[in-house]
Design a protein around this ligand. Structure first.
Ligand code: NAP
Length: 300
C-alpha cells in the first residue's frame, strides 16, 4: 500500500508484529476494514504466509525526534480505532504520537486509541485486578499519558498461540530444581482472544481505562510441567544437566507437604484477575491451555 491519505478504515494497527496474524484474521472475519504498519513496510517475519501483505505501510515512530515527519503520519488512513502494539516509555512520547496523528487527520472522525502493555507492571505476591496499584516504571508512565487522553490500555499476560507454545518455555525458565521451586502462577492470553478483545473494544470503547487481560485461568507451573515432563525430558540435557522434572516436582511436593497438584492459589504467588475486563467488553475468552487439541489445529 503506497499511500492511504484521505482514506478511512475501521482499525489501524501501528506495529503489525506477532499479534497481527490474529488481528488480521479476526478483522477479516468481522468484515472490518483495516490498515497495518511495520517499521520496514514489509510483513513481520512471524506473519509470513499468514496474510496478504498488501495492507502494510511503512511507519516508524521515533520517540526521541524533536520534530516528527508529518508526511509519515499524513499517509496513514483515518481510523475509528488505532492500536499501538509496540511499547512506549516515559512522558511526552504518547502525546507526540497521538497529537501528530490528530493534526494530520483533522476531521469528523474521533479516533479511539488502544495501547498494548504488559501485566508485568502489577507486582507483588497477592491478587491483582485492573484497579490494583502498579509499578511506576517508564512504560506505565507512557500508558498513563494515553489514559489521560481518553485511550485504553490493555496490560496483557503471557502471549501464546501458533508457534508460541507454553510447553516450550520450561526448558528456558526452569532449568534446575531450584528454578522450578520459584515458579508459581502462570497467566496467559491467546492471540485470538487479544484480537477478539480489540474488535470488542472497537465496537464498545472503554475510554480512559486500564485493563488486565488474561484468559481468566491461573495455571500452576508445577502442574503444567508435571503434565509435560516426559516430553520435556526427552529433549535431552539442559546446559549439561538432565532435567528430571517428574522427580523434582515429587520432591518439592514432599518438601512442602502438599496434598495435590495444582497447588492452592494461596501458594502460587502473584495472581491476576481479569474478570472485569471481559464483563466490560461483553465477551469471554475462547482459548485456554485446556483446549490444547484445538490449539494444535491452530498451529498446523
Ligand atoms: N511476549 C509476551 O508474552 C508479552 C506479554 C505481555 C505483553 N506483551 C506486549 O505485547 C505487545 C505486542 O507484542 P508482539 O509480540 O506482537 O510484538 P512484536 O511482534 O515485536 O511487534 C511489534 C511491532 O511494532 C513495530 N514497531 C516496533 N517499534 C516501533 C516504532 N518505534 N514505531 C513503529 N513501529 C514499531 C514492529 O515493526 P517491525 O515489524 O518492522 O519490527 C512490529 O511490527 C508488545 O507491546 C509486548 O511488549 C508481550
Amino acid at each position: 500500500m503506497s499511500s492511504a491519505s484521505g482514506s478511512l478504515v475501521d482499525v489501524l494497527v501501528l506495529g503489525a508484529g506477532w499479534t497481527s496474524k490474529f488481528l488480521v484474521q479476526q478483522l477479516e472475519q468481522e468484515k472490518l476494514s483495516y490498515a497495518l504498519t511495520t517499521t520496514s513496510g514489509n510483513i513481520h517475519k512471524t506473519c509470513e504466509g499468514r496474510y496478504d501483505s498488501s495492507k502494510i505501510m511503512k511507519f516508524w515512530f521515533d520517540p526521541e525526534a524533536e520534530t516528527q515527519d508529518e508526511q509519515q503520519y499524513a499517509q496513514l488512513p483515518t481510523a475509528h480505532t488505532a492500536i499501538v502494539t509496540f511499547a512506549l516509555y516515559g512522558s511526552g512520547k504518547v502525546q507526540k504520537l497521538v497529537e501528530m496523528y490528530s493534526k494530520t487527520h483533522a476531521g469528523h472522525v474521533l479516533t479511539n486509541w488502544i495501547q498494548f502493555g504488559s501485566s508485568g507492571i502489577y507486582r507483588g505476591d497477592y491478587c491483582h485486578n485492573h484497579e490494583s496499584a502498579y509499578e511506576n516504571i517508564p512504560r506505565a508512565v507512557a500508558e498513563d499519558e494515553l489514559l489521560a487522553m481518553g485511550g485504553t490500555v490493555l496490560n496483557l499476560s503471557g502471549l501464546w498461540g501458533d508457534e508460541r507454545l507454553p510447553k516450550n518455555w520450561p526448558r528456558r525458565i526452569a532449568k534446575s530444581k531450584e528454578q522450578l521451586k520459584s515458579k508459581g502462577a502462570l497467566h496467559l492470553i491467546h492471540g485470538e482472544d487479544i484480537a477478539r478483545a480489540c474488535v470488542a473494544l472497537h465496537r464498545r470503547f472503554s475510554p480512559g481505562n486500564r485493563w488486565l487481560v488474561t484468559d481468566r485461568h491461573v495455571y500452576d507451573w508445577w502442574d503444567l510441567i508435571d503434565g509435560w515432563a516426559e516430553e520435556l525430558e526427552k529433549e535431552g540435557d539442559i546446559e549439561g544437566v538432565k532435567p528430571d522434572y517428574k522427580a523434582w516436582i515429587d520432591e518439592l511436593i514432599t518438601e512442602q507437604n502438599l496434598l495435590a497438584l495444582p497447588r492452592d492459589l494461596s501458594k502460587l504467588g502473584r495472581i491476576l484477575d481479569s474478570n472485569k475486563f471481559w464483563k466490560e467488553v461483553g465477551i469471554l475468552p475462547r482459548r485456554s491451555l485446556k483446549r490444547q487439541l484445538k490449539d494444535d489445529d491452530w498451529s498446523s
